[in-house]
Design a binder for this molecule. Structure first.
Ligand code: FES
Length: 242
């Protein structure tokens, strides 16, 4: 398979970015990130600057491999991360436009890498529980029904990749905040901090993210299928504890 790549190059957060064109031959079983690895091997062996891109697990867990490919966050297939894409997913296309997340709160570090530390600031503002340290308590001390546990787990599958922000016309992080709020607040151990939604939403705004206008693009782009129902539940908590 032969592709023409248009890859975003940008030296740092304030430099002017541009698309650079490359040609590459790959097999259909090559993963998207392996394709970028191959491109970088060619660039380095020819004395050029490699394309900077982010990854850690390459298993859909860490959320760092965040790319917009032909206008779609994490590429065309739904419910997947960039690292789980294969070139066969693009067998009907010959040109690929590869860009970083576009949001003021996620400044470009270099090329395809963005700084998502704004998400960490939101977590620091309330995305934790206060509990005594020491050995784990006996598992049955607090009985929790399975539906509640499953609901908390569904919210906890958010990997904090930022696709929800990248596709939102408001660059809102509301789905991210809602997932974090619900995965903690659904369980009795995390229910105690009733001000958590407010604290995290205030920090979200302070970090420059927009507010939610119910476009629901976030839900469609989320690689972990986090539902906007999380936002409804968070709003309920917010108004109950005003
Ligand atoms: S590299 Fe970890 S989710 Fe893709």
């Amino acid at each position: 398979m032969t592709f023409t790549l248009h890859i975003w190059r940008q030296k740092n957060a304030i430099a002017q970015g541009y698309f650079e064109e490359f040609q590459i031959d790959v097999t259909e079983s090559t993963s998207f990130l392996e394709m970028l690895d191959g491109l970088n091997e060619q660039l380095i062996s020819n004395g050029h600057d490699a394309v900077a891109f982010d990854f850690d697990c390459r298993e859909g867990i860490c959320g760092s491999c965040s790319l917009v490919i032909n206008g779609s966050a994490h590429g065309k297939p739904r419910s997947t991360t960039t690292c789980q894409l294969y070139m066969r997913d693009y067998k009907d296309e010959s040109e690929l436009w590869v860009e970083p997340w576009r949001a003021t709160s996620f400044p470009v570090v270099k090329d395809l890498i963005v700084d998502r530390s704004a998400f960490e600031k939101i977590i620091q503002s309330g995305g934790y529980i206060a509990s005594r340290t020491g050995s784990a308590v006996e598992a049955n001390t607090i009985a929790i029904d399975k539906d509640t546990v499953d609901g908390a787990f569904d919210s906890a599958t958010c990997i904090g990749c930022g696709a929800c922000v990248a596709v939102c016309p408001n660059a809102s992080a509301t789905l991210y905040v809602a997932a974090k709020v619900n995965h903690l607040s659904t369980l009795p151990q995390g229910e105690i901090d009733r001000q958590r939604p407010k604290k995290m939403l205030v920090e979200m705004e302070r970090q420059g993210f927009g507010t939610c206008s119910n476009y629901r693009e976030c839900e469609r782009a989320c690689p972990k299928d986090i539902s906007v129902v999380n936002i409804t539940k968070m709003n309920k908590l917010l108004y109950q504890n005003k």
